[in-house]
Design a protein around this ligand. Structure first.
Ligand code: IMP
Length: 430
């Protein structure tokens, strides 16, 4: 396999972790290049469920080196918890299979407070509904530079002084941002310094220069798999702004977040559910806020891995996925959770959008237009039989095959993988 990226085509939660886990044995390195503890990648092996937030899903494949690169924002407590949980469950995690970039930024307690103060602030309008993991504020400080901490900074002599200076400034800023008069914020510089020093010591075995490691790997023609987080529609530049995350969650982010030259990423697999989900605020044209949506939520277990929030559910949106495929440069599709639709007598595909009574061919750039579009549906017959044991395309019921063929045709990409259950085994590879 050439170096490949796995990118979500919708609003995240497309089951990318399962695809990465399946492909990992064919690669030497798996790279997580964006996002942070907002992500929740679930991998099920032999009925055992693993939930990962930062650590690449390649960690369950013993031969693979897993890298967390500069584009990721690391929550030290969460990542150490992941290491501990994996170790307790018998997965070996050490410097031989996990490296964290010293350039990656660190989520600090004030970022989480800022997320709480700002998400839902009337100044911002409709609530973005972030995961409240401090992701946006951490990326804001990264770009702003003044208050940012990179992992490597935790080992520098001025670390203590910088924590104290930053806490003083952040307390002033939080007081100014808060809608509540005289609000106080639990930021104790000494405590934070001690806490983060302890994290720094525990993370030390894993810290390294992932950029140098990857550039050497590229020169040595090593096979690299890039694990996307969130999805193309949540990309800060190309997604449904401002209802997005704060990094490039489309294929556009692979090179920037990892440090691997973009010309060295040879293949892109786009991952989409057989329907659509979204968690948090923002427009969702094919949403089914009715018994169909509830049925999909129940059968698909559509509750957030990280926050437990119920996900909004709806029909497959061809316009959004086709846009995602083109933005991310996708070669083939992985269609996930097809089994969830198995009980439905009819399935709808959102084929196009109408805006002010006219068919539009592009994906709207402004959310106000996206809010106003009316999807035009095509109805396909369901298959109404259990497909969870099917392992070959030819054994799928005819209507399930027709549904996949239609998606492939209208999205204009081949379907290379179909998932019919959570476990590694419940997969059809073409
Ligand atoms: P943030 O990334 O926590 O700032 O959240 C911004 C938006 O992205 C919110 O609508 C979140 O629900 C959404 N989001 C962030 N990470 C994920 C994810 O891993 N899956 C699905 N939605 C996500």
């Amino acid at each position: 396999m050439p170096s490949t990226c796995v990118i979500g085509l919708q609003w995240g939660d497309e089951a990318k972790g399962k695809v990465v886990d399946l492909l990992a044995p064919q690669f030497e390195i798996v790279v997580r290049f964006l996002g942070g503890a907002n992500a929740g990648h679930t991998v099920v092996v032999g009925g055992d469920k693993f939930k990962l937030h930062h650590i690449p899903s390649g960690i369950l494949t013993p031969s693979v080196m897993n890298l967390v690169t500069p584009g990721v924002v690391i929550n030290p407590a969460t990542i150490l918890q992941e290491v501990e949980t994996l170790t307790k469950r018998g997965v070996k995690v050490g410097s031989q299979n996990l490296m964290l970039s010293d350039r990656a930024h660190i989520v600090c307690p004030w970022h989480i407070l800022e997320d709480q103060v700002l998400d839902g602030s009337p100044v911002a309008g409709e609530n973005i509904g972030t995961t409240l993991r401090g992701i946006g504020p951490c990326y804001r400080d990264k770009v702003g530079r003044t208050f940012a901490f990179r992992l490597g900074d935790l080992y520098r002599e001025d670390f203590r002084k910088r924590v104290f200076d930053t806490v003083a400034a952040k307390l002033r800023m939080l007081a100014g941002l808060s809608e509540t008069p005289n609000a106080s914020f639990p930021l104790d510089a000494e405590k934070i310094y001690e806490e983060y020093l302890d994290y720094a010591n525990r993370m030390r075995p894993f810290v390294g220069d992932t950029t140098a490691y990857l550039l050497d790997a590229v020169d040595a023609d090593k096979r690299i798999l890039f694990e996307g987080a969130q999805g193309t529609m949540l990309d800060v530049d190309h997604g449904t702004y401002p209802f997005v995350t704060s990094s490039n969650a489309s294929g556009a982010g692979v090179s920037a977040g990892s440090g691997v030259p973009f010309r060295k990423v040879e293949k892109c697999i786009g991952v989409s559910k057989a329907y659509t989900t979204r968690v948090g605020g923002g427009p969702f044209p094919t949403e089914q806020n009715n018994e169909i949506g509830q049925c999909i939520r129940d059968l698909g277990g559509e509750y957030g891995t990280t926050t437990g929030r119920p996900r909004r559910c709806g029909w497959f949106d061809v316009v959004a996925v086709r846009y995602g495929v083109r933005v991310s440069g996708v070669d083939s599709l992985a269609i996930m959770k097809l089994d969830v639709l198995s009980t439905l007598p009819e399935i709808q595909l959102g084929m196009s959008y109408e805006l002010d009574g006219k068919k539009i061919t592009h994906f709207p750039s402004h959310v106000d237009d996206l809010r106003r579009v009316v999807p035009v549906y095509e109805t396909l017959p369901g298959w109404q039989s259990d497909i969870s044991k099917v392992r070959q395309l030819k054994d799928l019921p005819m209507n399930a095959r027709k549904y996949l063929d239609r998606i492939s045709q209208v999205v204009d990409r081949p379907v290379g993988l179909v998932s019919v259950g959570a476990d590694r085994e419940a997969t059809i590879l073409d």
